[in-house]
Design a binder for this molecule. Structure first.
Ligand code: ATP
Length: 270
């Protein structure tokens, strides 16, 4: 149904405060927030507001979170869909879904459109993607390109798209006037992991002052999503033991559990 496809969040709860680390990426998207809040200021000298930016980085690093925060900070509606939906759910109707999505966003502009996993529709044309019909995917991609070219300069819809495979994308997507900005969203370093722990510890009842430097040190290679998982898992482990609050050992047990899960995942892939 439409309601499911257009996950429009007019409640603007996500803000930059929810996004830990990623200073460079936040600075770059801050500019997009300014454009959305004050389009006339930026076009007054004949400049054109960018239509799209690509958020590039490994899974779970906060690309979706960052896109929601842009909408939240600018107080504009957030329309989202995932590239994999087109492969799995919208067989035969991809192009018309794209058309509808852009129409809705334009009607409510200024607005953000977020396309997660854009590689599922945006792979270089003419290459096999093993799933679904290639014609279908190409039609969807062509419609997306048409929509982006079709916006007037004062449409005030900015499209953010996320991928962890920028290398496989059709170059046509990156042409001027489309996704001509790339913003890197990398795995967090030790200092950023500490900040992500701070964010995700906010709702957790802890029994002691946790050494966040220590936790950051115990979690090399973890993404923001993995750290969010650790905090949640630690709270569940402590609750299972009927504890009144979560302690350091619960966090270490949670880290072990997440490491176990990550190792299993890697084994399946390799
Ligand atoms: P994917 O490529 O798998 O779609 P993503 O990069 O879009 O991943 P998100 O969906 O934004 O990642 O992240 C998942 C969750 O992980 C977020 O909702 C948040 O709870 C947590 N998270 C990830 N990165 C951060 C961060 N930098 N700061 C705070 N929380 C984070």
């Amino acid at each position: 149904s439409k309601a499911k496809l257009f996950d429009e969040k007019t409640d603007t709860r996500t803000s930059f405060k929810d996004v830990a680390g990623l200073e460079g990426a936040k600075e770059e998207v801050q500019e997009i927030v300014e454009f959305l809040k004050n389009p006339d200021k930026y076009t007054s000298l004949g400049g054109k507001i960018p239509k799209g930016a690509l958020l590039v980085g490994p899974p779970g690093t906060g690309k979706t979170l960052l896109a929601k925060a842009v909408a939240g900070e600018a107080k504009v509606p957030f329309f989202s869909l995932s590239g994999s939906d087109f492969v799995e759910m919208f067989v035969g109707v991809g192009a018309s879904r794209v058309r509808d999505l852009f129409k809705q966003a334009k009607d409510k502009s200024p607005a953000i459109i977020f396309i997660d996993e854009i590689d599922a529709i945006g792979r270089a044309r003419g290459k096999n993607n093993f799933t679904g019909s290639n014609d279908e995917r190409e039609n969807t991609l062509n419609q997306l390109l048409t929509e982006m070219d079709g916006f007037g300069t004062n449409t005030n819809v900015i499209v953010l798209a996320a991928t962890n495979r920028a290398d496989v994308l059709d170059k046509a997507l990156m042409r001027a006037g489309r996704f001509d900005r790339q913003i890197y969203v990398d795995l967090p370093d030790i200092r950023e992991r500490k900040e992500i722990f701070e964010v995700h510890l906010r709702p957790i009842k802890t029994s002691e002052t946790l050494d966040l430097d220590f936790l950051a040190k115990q979690t090399p290679g973890f993404s923001g999503a993995d750290i969010a998982n650790v905090c949640n898992e630690a709270a569940l482990i402590a609750a299972r033991k009927e504890k009144k609050a979560v302690n350091k050992q619960d966090f270490l047990d949670a880290v072990d559990r997440i490491v176990g899960g990550l190792e299993k995942k890697n084994k399946i892939i390799t």
